[in-house]
Design a protein around this ligand. Sequence first.
Ligand SMILES: Cc1cc2nc3c(=O)[nH]c(=O)nc-3n(C[C@H](O)[C@H](O)[C@H](O)COP(=O)(O)OP(=O)(O)OC[C@H]3O[C@@H](n4cnc5c(N)ncnc54)[C@H](O)[C@@H]3O)c2cc1C
Length: 140
Amino acid sequence: MTAARYLRELIPQAEVVLLERNPTFWSGPMSNKWLIDIVDTDFLNHDMLSPAIKYGYTLVHTEVIGIERDTKTVRTAKGNIHYDYLILSGGIRNAYDAWFGNDLRAAEYTRQHFPNAYEPNAEMLALKQKLKDFKGALSS
Ligand SMILES: Cc1cc2nc3c(=O)[nH]c(=O)nc-3n(C[C@H](O)[C@H](O)[C@H](O)COP(=O)(O)OP(=O)(O)OC[C@H]3O[C@@H](n4cnc5c(N)ncnc54)[C@H](O)[C@@H]3O)c2cc1C
């Protein structure tokens, strides 16, 4: 989003298109305050369309499923998009295979039961719920 904003500002004639799968922006920074209810959800969660309109770039909500560098094409769930220049910032992703190899069940179990909230959206909500449900440690 930052790159899209400043590209439009620095090269006004450029057609800038931002591809994003999440419907809203969830901030990782400051999320600890949200996890323990010091700030509310509006503090972290923002719509993405307003900045796109304000700064004049196009926002397309879609999943990127592939990139063909030889033909300069991004394949998305909504079809192919051609580009002259491509900036990639896909963020972080859990690599459960480093722990569990091909054991997809173990990876899925860990994802569901131990969300680390490094990925925005659902994982952050799941971790907050776990904190709410936490009744304290067992004493021996
Ligand atoms: C809990 C937490 C706290 C943090 N605190 C700080 C802090 O205090 N200060 C600081 O400087 N940094 C902090 N960070 C780090 C900071 O959030 C990241 O460094 C920064 O967001 C990385 O920017 P990015 O654009 O590379 O990735 P992101 O902000 O993660 O953006 C990547 C986007 O790509 C989208 N995406 C991924 N794959 C696809 C796909 N296939 N198709 C479509 N869209 C896709 C994702 O939905 C996401 O919106 C924190 C991170 C976390 C998780």
